[in-house]
Design a protein around this ligand. Structure first.
Ligand code: AMP
Length: 419
């Protein structure tokens, strides 16, 4: 026997019984994207490494440790290709925004996509090498109203999939004006406690001190006393953040302030947020996250344009739904069409008529005994069976109650199963 192959580490096959949950979360995302006036955009699954390095920052985990590199064909110029699978979509969307001169379109632009992202990380529960995100981006709006609108949108998404206890954690990490002083304050503070920092944090301390704050290994007392971003904001950033919070309060959107929330990527400025459900906390359990990136368009070669967006992790959303045993709407009722002889043409004709009426149909293609056909129809989850009998007379059997009506017309069938 040939050697059995399995899915690559960190990837998963989504089995048919699990796809209703995916349909649900993707459906809610699409409906909300429409209601909030987002337009769909698609970008490649891979881009030049340089785009991510410049956009996300050389010292971000996504670039430094988790870049999933793609090689070109053997012997081609691109054999050692400078490409990587996208770890997140914002850099690619901003690249497309600049490349297609989208700044001339009436803005602000509201863009959305749903699709796979890739990070070459150590796989564990809730952390995969391929995972899906629903992403929204608003480019060309300095806020603060849109910041509150996006946080409300995220909250609404979770509520609609049944995660009513999801809550946003928000913070402001300042901008080019005030962040340098905050960085210095963090470097000063943590340097004095360097021996208590993890190896990772010691390494980050001088290149990216904000990241020390989201190190899970950071001792609690050190974290509690660390300088807080909101105490170091310049006037413009403070006003912006106060306005975002004021809007959230007035809209009745629940949120918590989280002084340790810094997001992992360099491009973020000002408003940063993540979504959690209570009881599932820590880096691995963030269900989604986003923030403002007012410097990114310019950093990638465009003209200075503010932006903000979020990425919601659909895999973790579904895991949280499963943990809360959230029930999904039933599938459309299924009708099986069974026969007693060589009447396959008739089975397919009736199938066609019912499908025209919008009914999901599964004709039995076999000539097995009727009992066997009924058994497999029930196993396939059919709600009804249409049985073609002698002289093509039709019977409709309710597979749940076992009740059977004989001598029904095709029109009656369509009515009965659509009820
Ligand atoms: P991030 O921008 O890293 O905060 O990612 C946004 C969201 O995507 C997270 O809150 C997670 O829900 C999800 N996510 C990120 N990385 C992974 C991963 N390796 N596996 C599964 N979901 C992920």
């Amino acid at each position: 026997m040939a050697k059995m192959m399995s899915a690559p580490r960190g990837t998963r096959d989504v089995m048919p019984e699990d796809t209703p949950a995916w349909d649900r979360v993707e459906g809610v995302a699409r409906d909300l994207a429409r209601l909030y006036a987002f337009e769909r955009i698609e970008i490649p699954l891979f881009e030049r490494v340089e785009l991510f390095a410049r956009g996300l920052g050389e010292t971000s985990d996504a670039v430094e440790k988790e870049m999933f590199r793609v090689a070109g064909a053997k012997g081609s110029q691109e054999e050692a290709a400078p490409w990587a699978l996208r770890p997140e979509p914002t850099a690619g969307i901003v690249r497309a925004f600049i490349e297609h001169g989208m700044h001339v379109r009436p803005g602000p632009l509201r863009l959305t996509l749903i699709g796979p992202m890739f990070r070459y990380d150590r796989p564990q529960a809730g952390r995969y090498r391929q995972f899906s995100q629903w992403d929204v981006e608003v480019i060309g709006d300095p806020g603060p109203a849109v910041d509150a609108e996006l946080i409300e949108l995220g909250q609404r998404f979770y509520a609609e999939v049944g995660l009513t206890d999801a809550v946003a954690r928000v913070n402001s990490i300042g901008d080019g004006e005030c962040r340098p002083a905050y960085r210095d304050a963090l470097i000063g503070y943590f340097s004095a406690h360097e021996e208590r920092l993890s190896e990772d944090s010691r390494r980050r301390l001088r290149v990216n001190p904000l990241r020390v704050l989201d190190d899970k290994a950071l001792p609690k007392d050190l974290a509690a006393d660390a300088p807080r971003g909101i105490d170091h904001l310049c006037d413009a950033c403070r006003e912006h953040f106060d306005a975002v919070r004021g809007l959230l309060d007035q809209l009745g959107v629940p949120y918590e302030l989280d002084h340790r929330l810094v997001r992992g990527l360099d491009y973020y400025t000002r408003t940063a947020f993540e979504f959690y459900v209570s009881g599932r906390e820590g880096q691995q359990q963030a269900l989604g996250g986003g923030g403002r990136y007012d410097g990114l368009v310019e950093l990638l070669g465009g003209r200075a344009t503010p932006g903000i967006g979020f990425g919601i992790g659909l895999d973790r959303t579904i895991l949280a739904m499963e943990a809360q045993a959230i029930t999904l709407p039933l599938r459309a009722p299924l009708v099986a069409i069974l026969g007693t002889g060589n009447d396959h043409v008739r089975r397919l004709q009736i199938a066609a008529t019912l499908r025209e009426a919008g009914v999901a149909v599964r004709p039995d293609g076999s000539s097995r005994k009727l009992g066997k056909q009924l058994e497999s129809a029930a196993k396939a989850g059919a709600r009804w069976a249409v049985i073609i009998g002698e002289g093509e007379a039709l019977a409709l059997k309710d597979l749940a109650s076992g009740e059977q009506r004989d001598a029904v017309s095709v029109e009656e069938l369509a009515m009965a199963v659509s009820e």
